[in-house]
Ligand binder design. Structure first.
Ligand code: PEP
Ligand code: CO
Length: 439
């Protein structure tokens, strides 16, 4: 059944103590599911609407979640940012928005090099809190399987709070102003949002006066996703669904396979092909149309809308050249995949200060290119996948409340890639809503 186990898998940690790893896996196998198979099916149905052009995906969160950041404030801030972006997109683009966090499980990172050298000392690279510690010491950097259990518990606490926030009244649309309260005066995007929130309020009051008070306004459907990178962990949380007898990865509603682990003959793609969750595949600039078609054969042989999402991350300078052929050939194959833009990972560079950063304008330009390609081909730009945080960090440059290269050091907190802060995230939502309207 676990057909991926004997295949090569890239980017897996080398645990010095294999016996300890086996003990942890056996324990993880006894832990309850974090999500239900039925919820994964619901998200697949939502993603089918995205694939068919009837809805838009908003997927966002940290590049790398950290155990230290599993706190009410930080989780709420992220959620608030996503809810605000969702409100902007829904209202300004008049499209149903499927909301999916990179949250409650995004603890593992693929890296370009296995080691890191500082001042002549070489240690294993940081691979995310699920594997080792960020601190540059031998003790911290040695992969520790106990961290897989911490990943599970951190995911469970996060998801618990997310579920409480999204169904317990906080996400009620009548709170649309409250999500912005601490933000309004300080930022141009906050002020723009406040205007939109007033319009939403007026519409709600009007509906209420007409006697309509729909249940849909009181809670938000929110899903969790992460990169399925650590196959030991994902396999331990892959279970047979008692209703259907099929396998589901119950660590998240949706998982994706990253750019560095999408080899067609390796374990990650085989794993993804065996589980029923909706699946994302990151497609970088070297992806060929033939590869895209093979992903469809492997992962979506039934041509089931919602099953497969291509998350395209080409870079602003390449998207307009590379994407059209992929979209054309995939469309011609008869598959209905969801096309989503990740405008972050192809636009990273190192600033003179040594900070890894991204320009807001490059991010925006890649999204624009993505929309242009779909407009020209008559296909649907299905959504955005972004790295963001609810905190006012200074990790990406630009945006309406402009952050300059010289500001980066002020609040650079990411454990991996630079994230959009709250203001930049809202700016992006407004701009994407305009693009969506104009397409
Ligand atoms: C990521 O999403 O954080 C990531 C590593 O992306 P990619 O696999 O596209 O490089
Ligand atoms: Co990243």
């Amino acid at each position: 059944m676990y057909t991926w186990r004997d295949l090569p898998a890239a980017q897996q940690p080398e645990y010095p103590d294999q016996e300890a790893l086996r003990r942890v896996i056996a324990e993880l196998e006894t832990f309850p599911p974090l999500v239900f198979a039925g919820e994964c099916d619901n998200l697949r149905a939502r993603m089918a609407a995205v694939a068919k052009g009837e809805a838009f995906l908003l997927q966002g969160g940290d590049c790398a979640e950290t155990f230290d950041a599993v706190g009410a404030e930080q989780i709420r801030a992220k959620l608030k940012t996503l809810l605000q972006m969702g409100a902007v997109l829904t209202y300004a683009a008049s499209v149903p928005v499927v909301k999916v966090g990179r949250i409650a499980g995004q603890y593992s990172k693929p890296r370009s090099k296995p080691t890191e050298t500082r001042d002549g000392v070489t240690l294993p690279v940081y691979r995310g809190d699920s594997v080792n510690g960020f601190e540059f010491t031998e003790a911290a950097r040695t992969p520790d399987p106990e961290r897989l259990k911490r990943m599970y518990h951190a995911s469970a606490s996060t998801l618990n709070l997310v579920r409480a926030f999204t169904t317990g009244g906080y996400a009620d649309l009548r709170q649309v102003h409250a999500w912005n309260q601490d933000f309004v005066k300080s930022s141009p995007s906050g002020q723009r949002y406040e205007q939109l929130a007033r319009e939403i309020d007026n519409a709600l009051n009007f509906m209420h006066a007409c006697g309509a008070d729909p249940e849909e306004f009181k809670t938000v459907e929110f899903y969790a996703s992460h990169e399925a990178l650590l196959l030991d962990y994902e396999t331990a949380l892959t279970r047979v669904d008692s209703r259907t007898g099929q396998l589901y990865d119950v660590s998240a509603h949706m998982v994706w396979i990253g750019e560095r682990t999408r080899q067609l003959d390796h374990a990650h793609i085989e794993f993804a092909s065996r589980i029923r969750n909706p699946i994302g595949i990151k497609l970088g600039p070297t992806t060929t149309a033939e590869e895209a078609l093979q992903y469809i054969e492997r992962l979506d042989p039934e041509r089931e809308p919602g099953r497969l999402t291509f998350i395209v991350r080409m870079g602003a300078d390449k998207i307009r050249d590379r994407l059209p052929e992929l979209v054309e050939k995939v469309t011609a194959s008869g598959a209905t995949v969801a096309w989503v833009t990740d405008p972050m990972h192809g636009n990273t560079f190192e600033a003179a200060s040594g900070h890894k950063t991204r320009r807001f304008d490059d991010v925006l330009d890649e999204v624009k290119g993505f929309f242009e390609v779909h407009k020209a081909l008559g296909t649907h730009p299905g959504g955005i996948h972004v790295e963001l945080t609810g905190d006012d960090v200074t990790e990406c440059v630009g945006g309406g409340d402009e952050i300059f290269v010289d500001d980066l050091h002020q609040r650079y907190e990411t454990a991996c890639d630079p994230r959009l802060n709250r203001s930049q995230s809202l700016d992006l939502a407004f701009l994407v809503a305009e693009m969506y309207r104009d397409q």
